[in-house]
Design a protein around this ligand. Structure first.
Ligand SMILES: Cc1cc2nc3c(=O)[nH]c(=O)nc-3n(C[C@H](O)[C@H](O)[C@H](O)COP(=O)(O)O)c2cc1C
Length: 214
């Protein structure tokens, strides 16, 4: 049964571009057939705690004797890991917040990036290697290759480093630029480019949802 895990982290519950795009991805996924399921985790509406104990960054066998994290914190981490493990694919809404990722999404990453469990440490195990993850990054301005602020995007690089390089997942990035046109009058002349960016992102997420099932 092809299962999708959908994660949202935008604090905007009314007009979020990343939520719109993760929604298109999830709807396309569901539309592929009755066996296609979607698990939704809203990291803004139901935020995870910040990682409460550094010991949770390590597999149980790698902890020192005095490290005894709260069992309820271990249980939550186990649930998040099981949810990720069970998914055949993941779609993540990752808006740019202050050139970086929302703290709610960072909390999820801190829970699932675990040395010796999801990341090779004392062994070469990388259990999530190859699992597809589509990251949808919406941003008020533009940060694509060749734009003046391209080097200021600190949203996508850490996600690629954590999920891709370190955990071995197959990361695809989709961006939607210039979303601030709807609230900044001085950007009105960029409305066409913003619309083109959104349309391209919408087409891309639809085709990725299909492509991941072929
Ligand atoms: C807390 C906060 C910080 C933001 N920081 C930036 C930023 O550094 N650069 C930028 O281009 N846009 C920034 N924005 C604008 C968002 O990236 C933009 O509104 C984007 O569309 C948010 O994704 P969403 O539409 O899915 O909510 C920020 C918005 C918020 C709420």
């Amino acid at each position: 049964m092809p299962a999708l895990l959908r994660l949202d982290s935008s604090a905007d519950l009314t007009s979020s571009t990343s939520r719109q795009l993760t929604g298109v991805f999830a709807d396309t996924w569901r539309g592929l057939g009755p066996r296609h399921s979607v698990i939704e985790r809203d990291l803004h509406v139901s935020p995870l705690p910040h990682l409460p104990d550094a010991a949770l960054h390590y597999a149980r066998r790698l902890r020192t004797e005095d490290e005894r994290p709260d069992p309820s914190a271990e249980q939550l981490q186990d649930e998040l890991l099981a949810e990720l493990e069970a998914a055949d694919a993941v779609v993540i809404g990752a808006p740019m917040y202050n050139w970086s990722i929302p703290s709610t999404l960072k909390a999820w990453l801190d829970h699932v990036h675990v040395l010796g469990t999801t990341v090779p440490y004392d062994t070469k195990d990388q259990p999530l290697a190859g699992k597809p993850v589509v990251v949808i990054s919406s941003r008020g301005l533009e940060y694509g290759p060749g734009t003046p602020d391209a080097d200021k995007d600190h949203t996508i690089p850490p996600i690629v480093q954590i999920l891709g390089t370190s955990m071995g997942m197959d990361v695809t990035i989709v961006t939607a630029d210039l979303t601030a046109v709807r609230r900044v009058p001085a950007m009105a002349r960029l409305a066409g480019r913003a619309q083109a960016s959104l349309e391209a992102a919408t087409d891309r997420v639809r085709s990725l949802a299909v492509q991941l099932n072929t």
